[in-house]
Every structure is written in structure tokens, then in C-alpha cells.
Design a protein. Structure first.
Length: 326
């Protein structure tokens, strides 16, 4: 097998396929591209809730002030209780490192910076800072044979999320912000996941299932166990030294919600199905990815904001490891 063809197959096999998360429940167990190569990545995620259930049928990705910083002062005038201007938005700027400590074992580190914003009845809340750091180890139980037409890969993951983010953020009136607006959860959480990839020729399917077991913080707040699962169907389009990967992504995320002093607030629960396109481009040691997902199904609570969808952008750089064999 010539070197160029082998490199193309390796890139395809370990295409990250837009690994996703439940941004509010904090469950993130994404995989980065390339097999047995170290990677430094920067990922930006944006998610928005806009439009009230049973009041407004349409939600918007970019309601005023949700993504771009709004320097205009807020109006004190009275208006309708449920406004199309109300929103909750969550932005994450995440630096990631994957390093192979052995031929089949990788160490992953996620370092996020959070920007959470909400507008309700003209009251704007904004919290920005370092989020909760995550660490997990991935073990490659099944490694694909590059010589075969049909290839399989199976990775088992286990890790931990540390309470490095501030979970005591207050507003101007010295009131503690709601749990979902905090930069961190204040708890130590366990992360577990499995990733399976099947591919034949230029077509592939990637399935990823993740579970997060959440601990309690000093306020006796505990998010119920959360799960994030996705399936990606992708196709490889080689153009000389560039590899393009259009994909269709189906993502499901679930948690019962937030317990405070062992009492469940059902409105904080998440049960959402999102579908949308993804796209990734590889050139030598660099890759770029982008995706957009819209919510097609979710639990409905009256007078609550709808889960509109999310956007993801990323850039990755890979480098070889002396500890591994490629």
C-alpha cells in the first residue's frame, strides 16, 4: 500500500465526526481525529434556547444579545411577560489535548472557558470564566486493519470532571444565579463512554454513547445522571491532498434534571433529539470542522424556553508520538 493511500485511510478512520455534548448537563466525551497521533484542538460550541413553548412557535439561533455582546442599556419599560427577546445562550471555548501514553491508550484533557447569558423580562445576566476541567483515558479495544476493505474501531473511555469552575456566581443584587447559569457544577463527576466506528470504502458510521454520573456540591445540588448519544453517517470526498467529509448527525441527550436537597425540579430535565449536517476538511496535519443541529423533538414544559439548536466549530493539529506505532 503506498504512503499517500495509507495516510488517506488513517485520516478517514479517525475522523472525529463532530462529537457532541449536552452543554447544560456538562456531558462531553468527544474524540479527536487521527489514530495514535497526539492532537491539540480548539473547539467552539454555541447553544441557544429561545421562543416559549405554547406561546411562540418559532425560535431563533441569534436573538439580540445572545451571541454578540450587546452594549445597549436595558429598558425598564413594562412589556409582555413572554417575549421573543428572552433567551438562554451557552458558549464554550475549549482547548483540548490528546496524548498517547501507550500504543492503545490515550489521555484526553479538556480545558473550557464558559460564557453563559440569559435575558428574561429585560433583565440580562452574563457569567464568563473558566469552566470545569475534564480528564479521561481512552483504551483502543479494537484497532482497524488498514489492509481490509471493512474496518472497525472500538474505544472505551473512563474519566473525571473536576469542580474548577465557579459555581457561586452572583448577579448585581448579590443573588446567586440559577444552576444552569453557573460556570461550573461544584461537584466531582464520573465520565464513561464507548465509541464504535464502522466503515467500508468511502462510507462510514460512527456511534458514540456517553454516561456522566454527577456528584453533589455544597448547596446540595446534584444533576441526575446524564447521557449523550450520537450516530454520524459520513462520506469521504478526496480532492488531491484534501479530504472532505460531509455527514448527517443524529444526537440524543437525556437527564431527569436538577435535584436540590433531593427534590427534583422536573422543568430542568433534558430529553432532546437533534439532527443536522456536519462537515470536516483535512489537509496534512490540520483539520477544520463545522456543524449545525436543530432540535426535532424534546420534552415540552409550558412557558419554558425551547431548545432551538447549536453550532460547533473546531480546528485541530496533530503530531506524532514516539510511544506509538503508526
Amino acid at each position: 500500500m503506498n504512503k499517500i493511500k495509507k495516510q488517506g485511510i488513517v485520516i478517514l478512520l479517525f475522523f472525529p465526526l463532530f462529537s457532541f455534548s449536552c452543554d447544560i448537563c456538562g456531558n462531553y466525551m468527544g474524540l479527536t481525529p487521527y489514530d495514535n497521533k497526539n492532537i491539540v484542538s480548539f473547539l467552539h460550541r454555541y447553544r441557544v434556547y429561545n421562543g416559549y413553548r405554547n406561546y411562540q412557535t418559532q425560535g431563533h439561533f441569534f436573538p439580540t444579545g445572545a451571541y454578540k455582546v450587546n452594549h445597549n442599556s436595558l429598558s425598564d419599560s413594562l412589556r409582555k411577560e413572554y417575549s421573543s427577546k428572552d433567551f438562554e445562550s451557552f458558549k464554550i471555548f475549549e482547548l483540548r489535548l490528546k496524548y498517547f501514553v501507550a500504543n492503545r491508550m490515550e489521555l484526553n484533557i479538556f480545558l473550557p472557558i464558559m460564557n453563559n447569558k440569559s435575558r428574561n423580562n429585560e433583565a440580562l445576566v452574563n457569567s464568563t470564566g473558566i469552566g470545569d476541567f475534564s480528564f479521561f483515558v481512552g483504551y483502543h479495544l479494537i484497532k482497524p486493519n488498514l489492509e481490509k476493505k471493512t474496518k472497525h474501531k472500538l474505544i472505551l473511555n473512563v474519566g473525571i470532571k473536576l469542580p474548577t469552575g465557579n459555581y457561586m456566581v452572583h448577579d448585581n443584587n448579590i443573588n446567586r444565579l440559577p444552576f444552569e447559569m453557573q460556570l461550573g457544577s461544584g461537584s466531582i463527576d464520573g465520565l464513561f463512554g464507548v465509541n464504535y466506528l464502522w466503515m467500508k470504502k468511502n462510507i462510514g458510521i460512527n456511534a458514540n454513547a456517553n454516561l456522566k454520573l454527577n456528584g453533589k456540591n455544597s448547596f446540595n445540588e446534584q444533576l441526575a445522571s446524564s447521557t449523550t448519544n450520537f450516530i454520524s453517517i459520513f462520506y469521504k470526498v478526496p480532492i488531491k491532498k484534501v479530504y472532505l467529509y460531509p455527514a448527517v448527525i443524529i444526537n440524543y441527550e437525556y437527564t431527569k434534571g436538577l435535584y436540590t436537597h433531593k427534590v427534583l425540579d422536573k422543568v430542568t430535565g433534558i430529553n432532546s433529539l437533534l439532527i443536522g449536517p456536519g462537515f470536516e476538511m483535512y489537509y496534512k496535519q490540520v483539520s477544520f470542522n463545522a456543524s449545525c443541529q436543530l432540535t426535532v423533538r424534546e420534552n415540552k414544559f409550558e412557558n419554558q424556553l425551547k431548545n432551538t439548536g447549536r453550532l460547533t466549530f473546531g480546528v485541530n493539529y496533530n503530531f506524532k508520538s514516539k510511544r506509538t506505532n503508526n
